[in-house]
Design a protein around this ligand. Sequence first.
Ligand code: MGD
Ligand code: MGD
Ligand code: SF4
Ligand code: MO
Length: 712
Amino acid sequence: MRTAYRTCPFCEAACGLALTVDGDRVTAARGDREHVFSQGFVCPKGAMFGQLTHDPDRLRQPLVNGREASWDEAFDAVRAGLRPILERYGPNALAVYLGNPNAHTMSGGLYVTPLLRALGSRNVYSASTVDQMPKHVSCGYLFGNPLIIPVPDVDRTAFLLILGANPWESNGSLATAADFPGRLKALQARGGRFVVVDPRRTVTASHADEHLFIRPGADAFLLFGIVHTLFAEGLVDLGDLAEHVTGVDEVGALAAGFAPEAVADACGIPAERIRGLARELAAAPTAAVYGRIGTCTVEFGTIASWLVDVINILTGNLDRPGGVMFPLAPHLAEEAKRGTGFRVGRWHSRVRNLPEVKGELPVATLADEIETPGDEQVRALLTIAGNPVLSTPNSGRLDRALGGLDFMVSIDPYLNETTRHADVVLPPTDAARKGHYDFSFLALSVRNFAAYSPPVLPPDPSVPDECDILARLTLMISGRPDTDPAPLHDMLLQQALRKAPAEIHDRITGDHPAERLLDVALRTGAYGLSLQQLLDNPHGIDLGPLRPRIPAVLRTPSGTVELVAPPLAGETARLHAALTRRHDDLVLVGRRHLRSNNSWMHNVPALIKGRDRCTLQVSPADADRLSLVDGEPAQVTSRAGALTVRVEVTDRLMPGVVSLPHGWGHDVPGTRLSVAATAPGVNSNILTDELVIDPLSGNSVLNGIPVELKPA
Ligand SMILES: Nc1nc2c(c(=O)[nH]1)N[C@H]1C(S)=C(S)[C@@H](COP(=O)(O)OP(=O)(O)OC[C@H]3O[C@@H](n4cnc5c(=O)[nH]c(N)nc54)[C@H](O)[C@@H]3O)O[C@H]1N2
Ligand SMILES: Nc1nc2c(c(=O)[nH]1)N[C@H]1C(S)=C(S)[C@@H](COP(=O)(O)OP(=O)(O)OC[C@H]3O[C@@H](n4cnc5c(=O)[nH]c(N)nc54)[C@H](O)[C@@H]3O)O[C@H]1N2
Ligand code: SF4
Ligand SMILES: [Mo]
């Protein structure tokens, strides 16, 4: 028995785990008390690291047409399936869907981009357009690069306004903060305050100093009401930031039509309270506004995400301690250079003419591209670490569309609702046999730190590493011999070294291709670290609190924070017109539970035991009005679909709003999820509508879905 230390790969919090390893099994997982960032924090999902690793339902061999096959047979089948389609119809006939865990694996960080380059398809889709794409777009316009995203400095702020996020259960997103609950408690203990805006009284809201219900989809109105007040009451004060910001007067002009009185009814929040929030944000010694899923997955998601930072800027809180700041990850270099700015629409989707954003198209239109005949029709699909049949809007339609593909291949450890459609499933090794470095989340962390975890268990000779799987596919797609992934590994290393100073070339170390690429990035990164230093520090290396980075971080053409890009001004006019829309009687929002992670952790007994969590939460007022009884089934109908689910009456919901979690619905035939099937729940995305999107980002609308409800 030994103890091994490893970063938890399951959510964005990046907690350090201390794993007990007995032979080739991980028998226990607890929080690593010495970890520089998480200091022993662990949640129930991280504690199940061993159970997830050794889940008997995990695939350990590829499946070809549903039967177990050798890896050579499986790659032969992929070649035989893809080659005729690519030769006859070209690269756009093969679509790729990238799921959330790609942000949590080194293969996702290092090997997906080369694969997409080799393929050259315009049909690239990902979970980003059911998640955070509005934030990328708003930051792209403001700062010139969609990956430059400021995070709330929770450890030093005096006032935190949280909109549409429930970090007590999610542990945060686009803000890596292990033990988010502890950090919020510490904020209160040092005399600070935090306010939550959410149509549901979440666990986070119940710990907050104040909770405000808001009508789903209305955050952009609320935030404009705050901006209006800042201007009307002379509270705009950019402080040291002033010389680096352009467009302040233009924002004031855009806000003119959104006085608190004008937006109050649309938000369901009194005008005086909106004004009060503006005054508190302006008066606080430091303040941060933070918005997440509830502000992104709505029709005006980009405007809301933008206004979050507009307020941070107008109150002088961008890039200062206690406000919102830009992390500096150890694999990235700090260099001041003029940017070319951010643009979208380098190509458009074929059927709905939706613009490309960050190299991808909205997943809300994937079914259109598969179903609609034509030259450029999508005929084949590659999914990597994704379950779009449960996670994307109108998933009933997508489920049917996948059944009509000519060929589908999935890289995934589970035979689930999506991969059951695949002709070939390629299962990667489990997390215990992978090294781990957070390329995505160290760039979003509320404190700068570095951590690398080498594999905890030795490689399993019968299961290739995910980097090898992706390398072989990349070679195959380039029409090169693909039985050995090494030529691609070598090519990527040479590419990385070409940009690195000559003196580090002979110093690169690493047992694995991904480790060597990481070593190059660390040595050329901001802190001049090396792989060996990270290996020598299994509890991580603390790199200190966030530091101001403006102007070096900016990549706009002007070199300033550009407050009002033309697309945002245009969208503001559309938002203003929506002020007078009639409210829907009843709308659906989602929710997350501490023991669940999107769609793929319901096969661990300890995570699903206890009472049914996939219930439709309804307020007492709505239950009365609609004759719904707690514990009884109700039928829910939307434009896209209908389902029957058990009702849970709770005063945590704002009247007029009902809530159902996503990621459930494990009762379809053809999967291998024996535990999940015992408590399948229902798929909330049967109800969400693929036809409504946030036009600036292409993000799906997953909250505020109009529904009808009746006893079943
Ligand atoms: N209605 C509604 N829908 C939502 C949301 C919502 O709030 N409401 N949230 C959205 C959000 S934020 C997200 S991120 C998406 C998630 O959407 P997806 O990424 O499509 O779904 P996941 O459930 O995360 O599925 C992850 C898949 O990766 C597999 N997997 C796990 N680990 C690995 C690995 O190491 N390698 C590989 N290759 N595969 C692996 C799992 O088996 C699973 O099939 O869902 C979105 N959908
Ligand atoms: N336990 C657990 N942790 C997770 C995940 C998980 O599935 N389970 N998923 C991970 C992923 S991929 C992500 S992206 C993050 C997401 O992290 P969060 O954004 O913190 O997670 P959610 O619980 O979806 O919080 C969204 C909140 O928005 C509210 N809301 C809905 N509509 C609106 C609206 O219009 N306005 C406002 N103001 N609020 C609204 C909902 O009621 C909900 O409380 O969590 C990550 N962590
Ligand atoms: S909060 Fe996230 S990173 Fe931390 S243990 Fe839980 S799942 Fe893992
Ligand atoms: Mo997400």
